[in-house]
Design a binder for this molecule. Sequence first.
Ligand code: SF4
Ligand code: SF4
Length: 386
Amino acid sequence: MSPLDTTAESPTIAEAKRQVEICNACRYCEGFCAVFPAINRQRIFASGDIQQLAHLCHNCRGCYYSCQYTPPHEFAVNLPRILAETRAEDWDRFAWPSGFGGLFQRQGLAIAGLLVLALAALFLAVQGIRPQGGEGFYAYLSHGAMVAIFLPAFVLPLVAIGVSLRRYWRTVGGGAVQWRHVKAALMDSARLKNLSGGQGQGCNYEKEDRYSDTRRWMHQAVLYGFLLCFASTSSGTLLHYAGYPAPYGFWSLPKLLGIPGGILLTVGGLGLAWLKTQADRDLNAPAYWGGEMAFVLLLTATGLTGLVLYAATGTAAVQPLLALHLGTVLAFFLLMPYSKMIHGFYRVAALIRDAQIKMKDQRPTIPQPPVRAAVSPPAWDADSRG
Ligand code: SF4
Ligand code: SF4
């Protein structure tokens, strides 16, 4: 299958289809997550339907531990794994430029590590050309240089993500998006509703014998930590253009948003990395484990290097730490379309598509005129012809 061929049915999708059809006959896991109601709405599954189901699944593993058809049963159902493999295949299949997604999934740790070090070395070299009269971090790198580097590094990955989402949307047959679809999807994402398990009991992610909310809380910490850090940087940019350039004090908006954001990102990232080491790899996509771990560590390093840099303010360590932090942030942005970061965009798209389908199903039906009972033709056979 070519990475550009977004419609071909790969062996992974064919196997997922086989398992989904078993689930559709069984229906035991109906209340577990958004995947099963979506399965139960259909009888026949196209490749795009399977891909949509894959991006709805969040690998909680609840269905696996409840299933009577897991290996060694001949049905060999392992839905969390086959949907994870379908998702990871999509991260590569829809990526633009093609091939980068698969490369990162297979060599993520090496790529992320080398890119951070190379970019940090570059920032250190650029700091040799010191700006005149800058204060704080701007004493090492001018505001103009930061904008010139980070603006394209932010916009280009967003363009790549837009292309990937468009490919996904066409594959799953998405229609015109309305605000009510987006609202439903954002509400689910903000609460991480689907990570709470079917009845709010949590996941079986790291403990097969009991439910736990640890993964949900760690994921929430990362999500809100990331958003706070982003808000901190945005507020700093606005203040700069409003005539209040950095450095900012502890009680300034950039610091009040950035410090808790960095702490949440670091704690949540470390928690998720630890959970990944505890969970059974056979229930995820084992071939992509390194790429997922590389993404979690990169995300954690983004928060951690920012906090360490802040703690080192006023010392000689600022120069190398600033280079390391900027290198980490830049690597994170550049790898966004190819690392597991892309899963968040597909997840929201899948939830929007799910809302579209559900709302269409729930739309009140237009009253139809009563159907008149079919009038049977008069019995007319050879004997009655007279
Ligand atoms: S995962 Fe197993 S128990 Fe659950 S619906 Fe599928 S076949 Fe049935
Ligand atoms: S692993 Fe969890 S989210 Fe995925 S299909 Fe099974 S129950 Fe649903």
